[in-house]
Structure formats: structure tokens, C-alpha cells
Design a protein around this ligand. Structure first.
Ligand SMILES: Cc1cc2nc3c(=O)[nH]c(=O)nc-3n(C[C@H](O)[C@H](O)[C@H](O)COP(=O)(O)OP(=O)(O)OC[C@H]3O[C@@H](n4cnc5c(N)ncnc54)[C@H](O)[C@@H]3O)c2cc1C
Length: 150
């Protein structure tokens, strides 16, 4: 079977504080969060639209969370082992299979995206690597943005 691959070369002529790869729910949330906290952000999306599977797959049901159905997501699940200045968000964060079934839906992808974007902005501000950021600082920043943290 023939496979098609995207190949596109774009000259980057400016410097950025944060590069977000992928404009799905998590990537968009990460880019907006980092931008709102003062970072200069480049958002790179390989297709012609933002929204990821939500847009290109016409997925329009945003699974809700009701009261008492929430759970915490540890910051460490966004940090790839051995990485220094890299965070992941959305459906590719580290989770057991059972948790992945819930964490992959779009509201959770927005949540981990916002957390990743805010974390990166704090890392820039504090001049620390992703794994060195104090999670309490991140929680405080997210709460001040109106996030609910159980
Ligand atoms: C069939 C199906 C039905 C679903 N139904 C629901 C539902 O009803 N409700 C719900 O809440 N969730 C649903 N989901 C889950 C949800 O849509 C996804 O888990 C969610 O969109 C993941 O968000 P994300 O930002 O992590 O990744 P994605 O939405 O996959 O976005 C990733 C983006 O990154 C881009 N990208 C990837 N690699 C590169 C690269 N190298 N360079 C540049 N860009 C790149 C992609 O083009 C894409 O736009 C469904 C998923 C599927 C597949």
C-alpha cells in the first residue's frame, strides 16, 4: 500500500520562546496559555486547520465532567523521561490504559494543553528545566486563570 508523507520546509526567521507542535485541542490550548503569560509562541500544524481530530474528524461531542467526577492529573505525566525542555499534552501524555480511555477526550486535552503552556511560560520566567518546575507554582498560576484543581 502506498503511503503519503507530509514534507514541508518553512524558513524560520524569528526567535520564539515556545514552539508548539500540533494544533489539536491540546496544542491550541498550550499556545494560547503560553502566549497569555507573555511568551512569544510559534504554533506549527501540518494540516490546513486547527482543532486536530476534533476538526478534521468532525468530532463535535465534548465529553463533559460533572461535579464529583473530576480527578487530578500529575504534572509529571506531561514530562517525557530524559527530556529537558520538552512537555507533551493531550492524548499522548503518560497514563495507564484505563486512565487513557478518559484522559484522551477533548476537554482533558484542553486541560493538559493549558497546563503545559502555563508550565513552559513559568519555566522561561524562572529559567528552569521542565522537570525542575515546582508543581505548586504551576497550580497557583492555573488557579489564577480560573482553572479548577481538585
Ligand atoms: C474516531 C474518534 C472519535 C472521537 N470522539 C470523541 C468525542 O466524541 N469526544 C471527545 O471529547 N473526544 C473524542 N475523541 C478523542 C479526541 O478527538 C482526541 O483524543 C483529541 O482530539 C486529541 O487531541 P490532541 O490535541 O492530543 O491531538 P490531535 O487532535 O490528534 O491533534 C494533533 C495535531 O497535531 C498535528 N500534528 C501531528 N504531528 C505533527 C507534526 N509533526 N507537525 C505538525 N503538526 C503535527 C496533527 O495534524 C493534529 O492536528 C475521538 C477520537 C477519535 C479518533
Amino acid at each position: 500500500m502506498e503511503r503519503l508523507h507530509y514534507h514541508r520546509q518553512l524558513p524560520v526567521e524569528e526567535g520564539f520562546d515556545v514552539v508548539v507542535v500540533g494544533g489539536g485541542p491540546s496544542g491550541v490550548a498550550a499556545a494560547v496559555a503560553a502566549g497569555r503569560m507573555g511568551c512569544k509562541v510559534a504554533l506549527i500544524e501540518q494540516t490546513g486547520c486547527l482543532g486536530g481530530i476534533g476538526t478534521s474528524g468532525l468530532v463535535n461531542v465534548f465529553m463533559p465532567f460533572a461535579d464529583s467526577q473530576s480527578y487530578g492529573i500529575p504534572y509529571r505525566s506531561l514530562i517525557p523521561r530524559g527530556a529537558v525542555n520538552l512537555l507533551v499534552a493531550g492524548r499522548c501524555i503518560s497514563a495507564d490504559r484505563m486512565v487513557q480511555g478518559s484522559i484522551r477526550v477533548m476537554p482533558c486535552c484542553f486541560i493538559t494543553g493549558q497546563a503545559a503552556g502555563a508550565a513552559v511560560a513559568l519555566c522561561c520566567e524562572q529559567d528552569v528545566a521542565a522537570a525542575e518546575l515546582d508543581p505548586a507554582l504551576l497550580q497557583s498560576a492555573l488557579r489564577s486563570q480560573g482553572a479548577y484543581i481538585p
